[in-house]
Ligand binder design. Structure first.
Ligand SMILES: [Zn+2]
Length: 252
């Protein structure tokens, strides 16, 4: 089911409008859907579907990250309705972004490795009701960019230093990577989010995002290569996504 534009779509439009020159990504000659940024013939927008979730996300994106077709942060906004997205600014943090972080209806958590915690910063590995306080919605903040950019954003954003860090144990990340057959333990933004969703008690929604990410990766790779990938893979992953969506709806 096609839903109206979400926060990342709007941020994409905004960032594109203020660009002085067109963004040149790998495969720049590909005609892309302006919503999912996949090659037009591989567009997945007709399948995009949000779930019911008690969680919220905020993407703080580095410079032109939102313009990159390879960015998976947008997949979070596809699946979790209460997702916000902003472009990071070192000297002039977005005021709306700060007001959401300070909104008492939310309990923000910065998803970041515990070893980077500043002095006195709390590190949690679970999001329980007692961590959030009654009636507060967990707001997961993700710093979206390369690893180097994420570290820079974290270090230079004081407003993040009084918030608890939500940090996965190395075992969690490793077992996830092993299960997926990934060669390294560097997870994509959407994968990190799906782990966080599961850790916050919404396992079936985490599975939906994971399946949506798998379909996105295969469709992206398919768009890049010429005829040497089996189109059956996309069909299979699309069916798997539909299946997890169905299970998530049933779980409610
Ligand atoms: Zn599309």
């Amino acid at each position: 089911m096609n839903s109206p534009k979400h926060a990342v779509h709007h941020l994409y439009d905004y960032r594109k409008a203020i660009s002085s020159r067109p963004f040149t990504a790998r495969g720049k000659n590909v005609v892309r859907c302006q919503l999912c940024l996949l090659a037009e013939h591989l567009c997945t927008c007709h399948q995009r579907q949000a779930v019911n979730s008690q969680l919220a996300f905020m993407l703080i994106m580095y410079d032109d990250e939102v313009l990159k077709p390879s960015n998976s942060g947008r997949l979070i906004a596809d699946v979790i309705p209460d997702t916000h997205a902003f472009i990071w600014s070192r000297n002039d943090p977005n005021r709306k972004m700060l007001s959401i972080i300070n909104d008492p209806r939310y309990q923000p958590f910065v998803i970041f490795p515990g070893e980077y915690a500043v002095e006195g910063q709390r590190v949690v590995s679970q999001v329980t009701a007692s961590e959030c306080g009654t009636g507060r919605t967990p707001l997961f903040i993700l710093l979206d960019g390369s690893w180097r950019e994420a570290i820079k954003m974290f270090r230079k954003s004081e407003y993040l230093h009084h918030l608890p860090l939500f940090s996965f144990s190395p075992e969690t990340t490793a077992s996830y990577a092993l299960r997926k057959g990934a060669r390294d333990f560097q997870l994509g933004t959407a994968e990190v989010a799906s782990l966080a969703i599961a850790a916050a008690g919404e396992a079936s929604n985490g599975a939906v995002l994971e399946a949506w990410f798998a379909l996105f990766v295969e469709s992206s790779l398919h768009g890049r290569s010429r005829n040497n990938r089996d189109p059956e893979n996309i069909t299979r992953l699309a069916a798997q996504f539909e299946q997890t969506l169905l299970q998530a709806t049933k779980a409610k």
